[in-house]
Design a protein around this ligand. Sequence first.
Ligand SMILES: Nc1ncnc2c1ncn2[C@@H]1O[C@H](COP(=O)(O)OP(=O)(O)OP(=O)(O)O)[C@@H](O)[C@H]1O
Ligand SMILES: [Mg+2]
Length: 312
Amino acid sequence: MITAHSLTKHYGATTAVHNLSFEVPPGVVTGFLGPNGSGKSTTMRMIMGLDAPDSGAALIGGRPYCELVWPLREVGGLLDAKAFHPARTARNHLRWLALTNDIPLRRVDEVLDQVGLSSVANRRAGKFSLGMSQRLGIAATLLGDPGVLLFDEPVNGLDPEGIRWVRHFLRGLAAEGRTVFVSSHLISEMSQTADRLVVIGRGRLIAETTVADFVSRSGRGTVRLITPDLAAFAEALTGAGATVGDGDGASLTVEGLSAPQIGDLAAREGLRVHELMPITVSLEDAFMELTQGEVEYRPTTMAGAAAAGEGE
Ligand SMILES: Nc1ncnc2c1ncn2[C@@H]1O[C@H](COP(=O)(O)OP(=O)(O)OP(=O)(O)O)[C@@H](O)[C@H]1O
Ligand SMILES: [Mg+2]
């Protein structure tokens, strides 16, 4: 379990994280979503004891990182995929990490095997591709067999196969009962990887919820209704307090009543229902809607927006 209590962090005049509280429970993958510069990495650094909060606390299993006796056995963190000495082999990188935390050296070969790097264990890590570096970083997080794992943008720069591998790997770790906290700006990716979400904007909490709830909450409860009894249905719906919009001449869009409520109304009034569909928004739409105004670096003109889009 990771707990953030009213975390606040300033860098000069910049408020990177403001009064941020959330929980990351074990057994599920919790996604950490936010626009660029919203404070995800800063929060993860505070959890890992690499940055001190100005106020508040980040706890791992109820204790701050600095109080963990053998930190690698309690928490594994991948914050920077290239955080190794480039001249050291993958195996030697993991060996020195293991020695610092009194971890048996046999774990080195076990974790290399787990991430699929056994065949390149004696190659210099500096020559690794980004995907191989990410795997080595993941291997390092697993060395001490910790119950809590953090990954900052672990799929950044990976090809589709690498992304799929990381996704399955993280889900597997959560299924073993571990606490898995993973940041990403790839919203579609999060919807396939995470069960829960902590969403932030400008260092502040926007939502802490399940992926399904996050999507439905921003769907505004709109339902599309296809019926041959258009006029009578519209009247009944309005009478029941709903807001009714015209569809394409054969359907109605209804706000303010759920699909089951509309179905019940139809039964009471003897109106015919041909189709009844709650309109769900994508995770991406929900995210854009909820982080409106929270994006720190946004082009101020449409020309700027077009130019920014070109670079992606
Ligand atoms: N070491 C630092 N010194 C000064 N400002 C910093 C430092 N680290 C982060 N910041 C600022 O704090 C804010 C949050 O940055 P952070 O890197 O935590 O965001 P992020 O959500 O991880 O962004 P990204 O999606 O781009 O990785 C930004 O305004 C950033 O410029
Ligand atoms: Mg970051």
